[in-house]
Design a protein around this ligand. Structure first.
Ligand code: SF4
Length: 220
C-alpha cells in the first residue's frame, strides 16, 4: 500500500527531554482531532505518496540521526501503513502522538522505541472526553521510553492539573509542561508559568517545563 506524506526533513528535536537530538522527521497528513491551537496544514497539495519500502529506504539512509520521528497530524491514523513500514527500518522509532488511538498503538508498539505523547487539556484544546483515552494509551505504552507533553495556556484549571498529575503518578511518566506559543511568542506570563509549575510540583515531582526550543532558534 501507499500513503501520503506531507514532509520529510532533518532537523533537531525541539520539544521534550530529547531536545537537541538530530532526527529525521516524517510528517503524516491526517489527524483524528481538531485542537484549537493546531497549526498543522491539512491541505494535501504538497504531499507525496510513498510505499513502505520506498520510505524505509529513505529512512535507513539517515543512520546519523538519533531516531526517526513519526509526526503529523497523527501518525497512528496510518496504522496499516506503519505495520508495513516499521519492520523495515533500521534506526530507532520515535512516535509523536496525541495519545488517543490506543487500539492502533497496540498493533505497532513492539516496533516503537520512544513515545512523545500529548495530554490534551480541554481548557487549551477545546476538546473534551480524552482523559480515558489517554489513560488506556499510557497503560499500553508501559515499558517504552515515554513522556507526556502538556501544552497549556492561562485557562488551565486546578482540576486539569490534578487529573494530569494522577495519570503521571499512575504510570510513572515524566510530565513536560509546554507553554502555548502564538505568533507573538509565549502566550502566558513568566509569573503564570512559575505558578503553574509549582502547582504541578506540589502534586507530582516528575515534572519539567520545556518550551519549544526550535521556535526560539527559528528552525522547524
Ligand atoms: S493532535 Fe496535533 S495535529 Fe491533531 S489537531 Fe491537535 S495539534 Fe493538530
Amino acid at each position: 500500500m501507499k500513503t501520503k506524506i506531507r514532509e520529510i526533513f532533518t532537523s533537531i528535536q525541539g520539544e521534550g527531554p530529547y531536545i537537541g537530538y538530530k532526527q529525521l522527521f516524517i510528517r503524516f497528513c491526517k489527524c483524528n482531532l481538531n485542537c484549537n491551537y493546531c497549526d498543522t496544514d491539512f491541505t494535501q497539495e504538497s504531499a507525496k505518496e510513498y510505499s513502505a519500502p520506498e520510505l524505509a529506504e529513505i529512512i535507513n539512509r539517515h543512520y546519523d540521526c538519533h531516531s526517526v520521528s513519526f509526526t503529523g497530524g497523527e501518525p497512528l491514523t496510518e496504522v496499516e501503513f506503519l505495520k508495513e513500514l516499521l519492520p523495515l527500518i533500521k534506526i530507532p522509532a520515535y512516535l509523536e502522538t496525541n495519545a488517543t488511538l490506543n487500539d492502533n498503538l497496540s498493533e505497532i508498539i513492539k516496533y516503537i522505541d520512544y513515545i512523545a505523547a500529548d495530554i490534551k487539556l480541554p481548557s487549551c484544546t477545546g476538546l473534551s472526553g480524552l482523559w480515558e483515552k489517554h489513560d488506556r494509551f499510557f497503560k499500553t505504552s508501559q515499558g517504552k521510553k515515554l513522556f507526556a507533553k502538556i501544552v497549556f495556556d492561562s485557562n488551565i484549571t486546578n482540576q486539569e492539573i490534578e487529573i494530569a498529575c494522577s495519570l503521571g503518578k499512575k504510570y510513572n511518566i515524566e510530565l513536560v509542561l509546554q507553554p502555548k506559543m502564538t505568533d507573538s511568542g509565549i502566550s502566558v506570563t513568566k509569573d503564570f508559568i512559575e505558578q503553574t509549575l509549582d502547582k504541578f510540583i506540589t502534586k507530582y515531582k516528575n515534572v519539567r517545563l520545556i518550551p519549544q526550543v526550535h521556535k526560539f532558534l527559528d528552525i522547524r
